[in-house]
Ligand binder design. Structure first.
Ligand SMILES: NC(=O)c1ccc[n+]([C@@H]2O[C@H](COP(=O)([O-])OP(=O)(O)OC[C@H]3O[C@@H](n4cnc5c(N)ncnc54)[C@H](OP(=O)(O)O)[C@@H]3O)[C@@H](O)[C@H]2O)c1
Length: 296
């Protein structure tokens, strides 16, 4: 099987490529000069050139605040390029494995979201993700859509890095006690993706939409407390106080209050178990601070 990964520089894409390599699965990832999703006409020629059996789209426009100011760019990358990708995959008999997000939900449900829950995205970014999913279902039969909760890693902007960096420089850090998610290490998301890909390679015809998140949900404020406990073992933190600010008090676009997802379907269909996230936090915090030390 030959896999083409879009978004190798991203948190999840990077780990997917690394694990594919470890498993001896042949992969290729075009860089932005070869494939820019804001230029959808590049998609067909890229797929024709490399002739993959399966495409993993781990690339996305991911900034919810900026998306409100440039909706056409967000929709072009997240929806229109994905529609074109789905058409090309269908024509060339390629499996499309698309990553998606808890942002297709409004976050008002009290329990973890499952795949049958009604969607109701908030804002431009959430709508672009949902419309991308709809385009794929209409255009490409052999597809997997995998929705993920909060992704954390030592690379690129994410909730862990944002908090860890603020704790180094600010006495007071604002956190949201009523925003819940399942911090999912990028490497864990990649483990699940590659396990699913391996089964598709063995002929599993389990097309459709799946959720994956780690086993424990946490509020942003409790996550910040866990980070302080971990981070203070590595660095002298400036933070003295966490200021609680409810989602409603936030200006501008608000995130879904509940970003937790049930991983039952992925377990029942692919036999892939969800893992806890706590032990990964220590490693990621260490790497974030090692990086910030070396860049000082
Ligand atoms: N981050 C989260 O908390 C979270 C939560 C739920 C779901 N997800 C979903 O999981 C997937 C992976 O997320 P992530 O956090 O790993 O993403 P990420 O770190 O933000 O990386 C995004 C990737 O998309 C690429 N990209 C952006 N615009 C592009 C364009 N026009 N053409 C080609 N590539 C482009 C980036 O390339 P450059 O390096 O060139 O910019 C980068 O490789 C995405 O679908 C995301 O929406 C993420």
């Amino acid at each position: 099987m030959k896999v083409l990964v879009i978004g190798q520089t991203g948190q999840v894409g990077h780990e997917v490529c690394r694990i594919l390599g470890e498993k001896g699965i042949s992969w290729y990832s075009p860089d932005r000069t070869e494939l820019d999703l804001s230029e959808p006409e590049q998609i067909q020629s890229c797929l024709s050139r490399h002739q993959p059996d399966l495409v993993i789209n781990a690339a996305a426009y991911n900034n919810p605040v900026q998306a409100e100011n440039e909706p056409s760019r967000c929709f072009s990358i997240n929806r229109d390029a994905v529609a074109e990708l789905a058409d090309c995959c269908q024509r060339q008999g390629i499996i499309l494995f698309q990553l998606s997000s808890y942002r297709v939900f409004d976050g008002t449900k009290q329990e973890p979201y499952n795949e049958k829950d009604p969607t109701n995205p908030i804002g431009v970014l959430g709508n672009s993700r949902l419309q991308a999913e709809q385009q794929i279902r209409e255009r490409c039969e052999r597809h997997i859509i995998l929705r993920l909760s909060w992704i954390i890693s030592e690379r690129r902007p994410n909730i862990l890095r944002r908090l860890a960096e603020q704790m180094l420089v600010n006495k007071e850090v604002y956190v949201t006690p009523d925003q819940l998610g399942c911090p999912t290490p990028a490497v864990d998301a990649a483990r699940v993706i590659v396990a699913m890909v391996q089964q598709l390679n063995c002929g599993a015809e389990t097309w459709g939409t799946y959720h994956y998140s780690t086993t424990e949900s946490v509020s942003e404020s409790n996550f910040a407390e866990i980070l302080i406990a971990e981070a203070s073992q590595h660095r002298d933190l400036k933070v003295r106080k966490l200021i609680m600010a409810n989602i409603e008090s936030r200006e501008g676009i608000k995130p879904p209050a509940n970003g937790t997802l049930s991983s039952n379907k992925v377990l029942n269909t692919f036999g892939v178990h969800a893992r806890p996230w706590r032990s990964a936090v220590a490693r990621i915090v260490r790497e974030v601070y090692d990086d910030s030390k070396s860049s000082q």
